[in-house]
Design a protein around this ligand. Structure first.
Ligand SMILES: [Zn+2]
Ligand SMILES: [Zn+2]
Length: 334
C-alpha cells in the first residue's frame, strides 16, 4: 500500500520517512538566537528568549549577557501537566523572568494554570539556579537534583539501568539515567515530538566527563535505547561551537556565527565510539571535545605552580649572584 501511494504521488518527503518518524508531531527549530555581541552594556538582547517549537513545546534560553553559560531550558505541555526541564543560571526574576514567563505559556483552565513539574537534566548550578523562581508559583512541584531525589521521583529501582516514564496527559516522556558528566544526570525523550533533551551529557561543544566508565556505560545504554526509536532533534544544554566547528572561548559573552543547537540521532548512536576515544584527560572526536575538567584544572594548577617555582628560583639565584658580586667587590677594595 505504501509503495502504491508513493508510486502514484508526486514526490513527497513522506514517502522517504519511516512510518514512526512520520507520526511525530512536527515542529520548527528555525530560530536565530540573539547571541550577544561585546556590547552587553549598551545593546543587550532580551534576557530570556523563547522559541515556540510547536503549540505545546517551547525552547527557552538565557542571554549570554546575563550568563556566559547561556543555558537552554525546555517546556513541554501535556493535557494534564506541563514539564519544565532545567531552570538556568539566574535566580533573580528581575534579571531573567523565567518563572513568570513559563507560567504565562501554560494553558489556563477554570481560572488556574496547568500543574507544572520542574525537573532537571542534572544538578550543576547553571541548570537549577532558577529553581527559586518556582518556589511560590501555584500548582508547581520542583524536583531535587541529588541522586536520591532523582531515583525516588522517577521511580528508578535499578539505577542506572532501565528507563522511567512521565505521563503529562497524552504525552509520555521517557527518562534515562546518563551519569558520567554528573552522577545523577538524566536525559529526556519526548515520544510526541521525538525530541531528545540531553543536557550536558551531549551538547555541541565540550563534553566534560567526570566519570569515564559511567559515561561510556551511559553511552551504550542510550545508543541501544534509540536504535529503534524515531528522533527529530537532539537538543543539549548549551552551544559551544561556531559554524566552522571552532570552540567558543570559556567564559566569553561573544559567540559570533554560533552553530545551530540541534544534533542528530546519529550523534546518539555514535556516542559509544565517541566516548571510547576519551583518554580520561583531554581528547577530541569530530565536533566534540572531551575533557575531565578536574584533571585539566589540576594540570593547569600544577603547571602554574611549576612556573611560579621557576620564577622564584630565578629570583633567588639573581639575588644570590648579586650578593656574591657585591661581596667580591668589597673584598677586592679591601
Ligand atoms: Zn553540567
Ligand atoms: Zn551546563
Amino acid at each position: 500500500m505504501k509503495s502504491l501511494v508513493c508510486a502514484g504521488l508526486v514526490i513527497s518527503t513522506l514517502c522517504f520517512m519511516s512510518p514512526a518518524r512520520a507520526q511525530l508531531a512536527p515542529g520548527s527549530m528555525d530560530v536565530q538566537w540573539s547571541t550577544a555581541t561585546t556590547h552587553c552594556e549598551t545593546k543587550a538582547p532580551p534576557s530570556l528568549q523563547v522559541h515556540r517549537y510547536n503549540a505545546t513545546t517551547f525552547v527557552l534560553r538565557e542571554s549570554l549577557c546575563e550568563t556566559v553559560e547561556a543555558p537552554f531550558m525546555y517546556l513541554l505541555v501535556g493535557t494534564d501537566k506541563a514539564l519544565l526541564i532545567d531552570t538556568g543560571d539566574v535566580a533573580e526574576s528581575q534579571r531573567v523572568p523565567l518563572g513568570n514567563t513559563v507560567m504565562s505559556l501554560l494553558p489556563q483552565a477554570n481560572g488556574s494554570t496547568l500543574p507544572l513539574i520542574v525537573v532537571h537534566t542534572h544538578g550543576h548550578l547553571d541548570h537549577r539556579t532558577g529553581d527559586s523562581q518556582f518556589a511560590q508559583q501555584p500548582n508547581t512541584q520542583v524536583v531535587g537534583t541529588d541522586l536520591d531525589h532523582v531515583k525516588q521521583f522517577f521511580g528508578f529501582t535499578d539505577w542506572p539501568n532501565g528507563a522511567a516514564q512521565l505521563d503529562l496527559g497524552g504525552r509520555v516522556v521517557d527518562v534515562l539515567p546518563t551519569p558520567g558528566h554528573y552522577a545523577s544526570h538524566v536525559l529526556y525523550y519526548d515520544r510526541q515530538t521525538g525530541l531528545v533533551f540531553s543536557g550536558d551529557f551531549l551538547l555541541p561543544g565540550r563534553l566534560l566527563i567526570e566519570d569515564r566508565a559511567a559515561d561510556l556505560a551511559s553511552a551504550h545504554r542510550v545508543a541501544d535505547f534509540f536504535k529503534d526509536r524515531p528522533v527529530s532533534y537532539v537538543l543539549g544544554g548549551h552551544i559551544e561551537l561556531d559554524k566552522n566547528g571552532a570552540l567558543s572561548g570559556l567564559g566569553t559573552a561573544y559567540h559570533p556565527d554560533e552553530r545551530a543547537l540541534p544534533m542528530s540521532k546519529q550523534d546518539l548512536l555514535d556516542l559509544p565510539a565517541i566516548v571510547a576515544d576519551f583518554n580520561g584527560f583531554y581528547s577530541t572526536h569530530g565536533m566534540f571535545v572531551m575533557m575531565n575538567q578536574n584533571r585539566v584544572l589540576l594540570a593547569l594548577l600544577v603547571g602554574a605552580l611549576a612556573v611560579l617555582a621557576g620564577i622564584g628560583y630565578g629570583v633567588y639565584r639573581f639575588f644570590r649572584r648579586h650578593k656574591a658580586k657585591r661581596r667580591a667587590a668589597a673584598t677586592a677594595m679591601a
